[in-house]
Design a binder for this molecule. Structure first.
Ligand SMILES: *[C@@H]1O[C@H](CO)[C@@H](O)[C@H](O)[C@H]1NC(C)=O
Ligand SMILES: *[C@@H]1O[C@H](CO)[C@@H](O)[C@H](O)[C@H]1NC(C)=O
Length: 231
């Protein structure tokens, strides 16, 4: 999440509230390049890389994407399918086989206040960029999460270089799955739990994504595969 080097599949307009379902196999590598984090939040897909390594992801239509990654020191990527942000149930299924730092998560931003938020469902190594502070524990249906916040100082945001808070819901270690993954995420339960702990969101002005994120952390290098369908 540190670089502004972003690659976006296409400048298609996101249809609020609807999963964007590109009709054919689209190799994201061949697509438009944006240099601003803001620009890529309007896209129906996330796709960017930084540093060295081999990163390959494809949108396959119907909310499905596949990734293979092997990052070297300093290398990382974010890929995923987006849809209109807000209070809704996100269903996902597929395979997620990570090694090293990174996660499978719902990801998005709000403005006023400026917040970068994550609902982390699975991971191999959690390696926060800034220290995480535990704010609360809560359940959504039968799923248990811990809510953490972190402060980013003068970092890239959808409003340029800013200081802002990150919100992280993290699924309990005991419930976390790797390999075959799937479930329903009720984003409203998370937003309400965060608000109850004193951390409200602002306005949803950009899309929300189900992302596969991978990054190097010192000598811990990321590699793996994911095939995820969201609906
Ligand atoms: C990487 O790991 C170190 C501790 O080993 C930590 O201080 C650092 O913030 C971690 N995260 C990232 C994203 O580099
Ligand atoms: C909250 O969640 C964290 C992370 O799973 C855990 O370490 C902690 O014990 C939990 N606290 C309570 C009160 O359940």
């Amino acid at each position: 999440m540190l670089s502004l080097k972003a690659i976006i599949a296409t400048a298609l307009t996101l249809i609020p509230g609807a999963i964007t379902a590109p009709g054919s196999l689209l190799p994201l590598e061949t697509s438009l390049t944006y240099n601003s984090l803001d620009a890529r939040q309007g896209s129906p897909w996330q796709w960017w890389t930084e540093g060295q390594g081999q990163f390959s992801c494809q949108q396959q239509g119907g909310g499905k994407y596949s990734c293979t990654w092997s990052g070297k020191s300093g290398g990382g990527m974010v890929a995923g399918t987006g849809w209109g942000s807000g209070r809704k149930t996100v269903k996902y299924s597929g395979d997620y086989n990570p090694k090293g730092p990174g996660y499978l998560a719902v990801y998005g931003w709000t403005r006023n206040p400026l917040v970068e938020y994550y609902i982390v469902e699975s991971w191999d190594v959690l390696a926060p960029g800034e220290p995480w502070t535990l704010r609360s524990n809560f359940t959504s249906g039968t799923a248990s999460y811990a809510f953490y916040t972190a402060q980013r100082v003068n970092k890239p945001s959808i409003e340029g270089t800013r200081t802002f808070t990150q919100y992280f819901s993290v699924r309990s270690e005991a419930e976390k799955k790797v390999g075959a993954v799937g479930g329903s995420i009720n984003t409203a339960d998370h937003f309400d739990a965060w608000s109850k702990a004193g951390y409200r969101l602002g306005n949803f002005e950009s899309a929300m994504y189900m992302i596969t994120e991978a990054f190097a952390n010192g000598t811990k290098l990321p590699s793996g595969t994911s095939t995820i369908t969201v609906s």
